[in-house]
Design a binder for this molecule. Sequence first.
Ligand code: APR
Ligand code: PHB
Length: 389
Amino acid sequence: MRVQVAIIGGGPSGLLLSQLLMRAGISTVVLERQTRDYVLSRIRAGVLEQGMADMMRRAGVAERMEREGHVHDGTMLSTQNGLFRIDFKERCGQSVIVYGQTEVTQDLYAAQDAMGAQIVHEAKNVALHDVTSDKPWVTYEKDGQTHRVDCDYIAGCDGFHGVSRPTIPTSVRAEFERVYPFGWLGILSRTKPAADELIYANHPRGFALASMRNEKLSRYYVQVPLTDTVEQWSDEAFWDEFRRRIPAQVADTMEIGPSIEKSIAPLRSFVTEPMKYGRLFLVGDAAHIVPPTGAKGLNLAASDVHYLVEALTAAILDKDAAALDQYGPKALARIWSAMRFSWWMTTLMHRFPDQTEFDQKIQEAELTQLETMESAQVTMARNYVGLPY
Ligand code: APR
Ligand code: PHB
């Protein structure tokens, strides 16, 4: 097989990149190691920045998002002083769209199918070859055979545990990381969401978040120690703990029910540089990981795709190879800005095992500024809805 761009990984990054490149007339193949059902079974955050929503529109896959997505003009924060709201619309004139990542992925798959995209599922043992030459190639195994893809460029959209980032020699790669001393225990339940907007709660017992997928599907999280396991948490124990961490006026009226998904996720901040190595480009979680507090993971993948489509179309269609060197610096500028916001929101909203009384007082002062200062709310709102590409 020969294509212009070989894409490793069929998650949101890979599918969105393939969709936009194909719409620009550039040939692609997506090599995904899991089955389509497995990819679609993943439960991930569903808060879309304006930029991501616009990317969906550019990709021609926004119809269901416009119909079923919920526009949120603000979010609630809960502290020991009670609830307060950050009005995105009032503070920065923008909103976010709550629309599950599973739905985003489904819409991208449907559009890729309609375009006759080449997506190979269960592509095992993907390996990248001659990535620093002008004739890179990729191999993978399927149905007991080894297949080869010759290409001009390779996009590593294969997530944090993929094969692309390790293809870049450690002598070339710089990695920046912060691992947080807690995890998020999350559940999905077929219940009415506790509130019309998200509630981020800072509580002495730990962080909690009330979110949703739609009016009949709720998503909740509580901060737990890294030593906790899902087996230790019955649904009843989860609901009791969650309702202790949010304001009584919400806890006393919210609908609870059996979990249809329950899992614990660790939190880390991670960036690798550079994002370009020869003809290989890292995209999305392959290059960076954010703690979910700021709901930036999917949205950063979208801006990476935006910059890479810009670079690849210039190089392939306009023969402007110099544009390729702009991808990393442009993507990283926005990545580090979102990395800072995600770190800030995580530090602001969680209780750290080793925090001192001084740390606690600083956290409370920061929360008071956020509750009472317009400038603090403008900064938070602009970061949450997404800074410009
Ligand atoms: N070969 C082929 N495919 C691979 C390999 C490999 N060696 N390793 C991983 N993959 C696939 C995974 O199965 C997954 O479907 O690459 C895909 C990577 O998808 P994500 O991990 O979702 O990363 P990305 O597409 O960058 O999306 C980023 O989506 O999953 C969320 O938390 C993530 O919100 C973030 C956003
Ligand atoms: C979610 O709905 O899963 C979600 C929403 C907002 C976040 C994190 C997760 O900040």
